[in-house]
Design a binder for this molecule. Structure first.
Ligand SMILES: Nc1nc2c(ncn2[C@@H]2O[C@H](COP(=O)(O)OP(=O)(O)O)[C@@H](O)[C@H]2O)c(=O)[nH]1
Ligand SMILES: [Mg+2]
Length: 279
């Protein structure tokens, strides 16, 4: 859909990881943007996984997605152009009953060639529930993001700011480090490792000129470990390089990053490990 891409566009910096694969976002992340006269606090959420194949991790993702709905002032429903699949149907059923007002953000319009289709889709959507506004956007290109912000500001209640003006998220560096590593794993692996990796930070040691980081990439099976490591460790080095550069940007210092790949079968059902991973 592009929820995390949109969050990053609205915050103006990367706070949430994105990938072409569903289920990239696992938990709620706040992104904060402060202008001289307004502070906008956004909540990024996972999607709702299909009802079959639900693991403990899936249940946690769903709980996280749904719990944010009641605690916000406005919901922005991000849709992928005119696509309408079972997840959209599940969200519609939930949002129709929501006491919180909803804005529909029709995303990825940069990929939409037939604009007539868009108009009829907007008309269809409006028939099924009432929205505060329907805003076609491109989160990736930044198209119509100021328009979406304008509509949001128009409808938000007046309140004192909750965060310092320089704060962009509720998460700490350690969270971003493990997420940047996980994003690098997801992107390096294409469809070979669906949803099965978790990252745990083992060492975070800050020295005057360099930060020493060590992390474990948890996978479920021997075969997956081999894929992540690659021939002669080539893929793991590639994953590590991208993650290291992202971490250097985040921490503003040189980073020495060590990665280990370990197997823990059924980690997605393991409450203790899920807790240790902050899920
Ligand atoms: N062409 C295009 N791609 C987008 C846009 N927004 C997001 N994407 C891509 O869609 C994929 C899913 O995005 P992501 O933000 O991770 O979606 P999420 O699962 O809803 O959080 C990624 O490959 C993004 O680069 C957009 O406006 N235009
Ligand atoms: Mg996401």
């Amino acid at each position: 859909m592009g929820k995390s891409t949109l969050l990053n566009a609205l915050v103006g910096q990367k706070v949430s990881i994105t990938s072409a694969k569903p289920e990239t976002t696992r938990q709620q992340i706040l992104g904060i943007r402060t202008y001289p006269d307004v502070q906008l606090i956004y909540v990024d959420t996972p999607g709702i996984p299909p009802p079959l194949k639900r693991s403990r991790l899936h249940q946690m993702m769903q709980r996280s997605a749904l719990s944010s709905l009641s605690s916000v002032d406005i919901i922005v429903w991000v849709l992928d152009r005119t696509k309408w699949q079972s997840e959209e149907e599940r969200w519609l059923a939930i949002l129709q009953k929501s006491p919180v007002a909803v804005i529909a953000a029709i995303n990825k319009v940069d990929k939409l060639s037939n604009k007539t289709l868009l108009l009829s889709h907007l008309a269809e959507l409006s028939k099924r529930m009432s929205f505060l506004a329907l805003v076609p956007i491109s989160a990736k290109k930044g198209t119509q993001i100021p328009e979406l912000e304008r509509v949001l500001q128009q409808h938000l209640p007046v309140a004192p700011p909750l965060f310092d003006k320089d704060t962009i998220s509720d998460k700490e560096s350690s969270f971003f480090i493990t997420e940047w590593i996980r994003e690098s794993v997801i992107r390096a692996l294409g469809s070979e490792l669906p949803y099965s990796a978790a990252v745990q930070l083992d060492i975070f040691q800050e020295k005057p000129n360099i930060v020493h980081l060590a992390a474990t990439i948890w996978v479920e099976k021997m075969g997956q470990k081999k894929i992540v490591i690659g021939q002669g460790g080539k893929r793991l080095r590639f994953i590590g390089k991208k993650a290291r550069l992202d971490c250097e940007r985040l921490l503003g210092k040189k980073v020495f990053l060590q990665l280990w790949v370990k197997i823990k079968s059924g980690w997605r059902e393991d409450d203790k490990l899920l807790k240790e991973l902050g899920l």
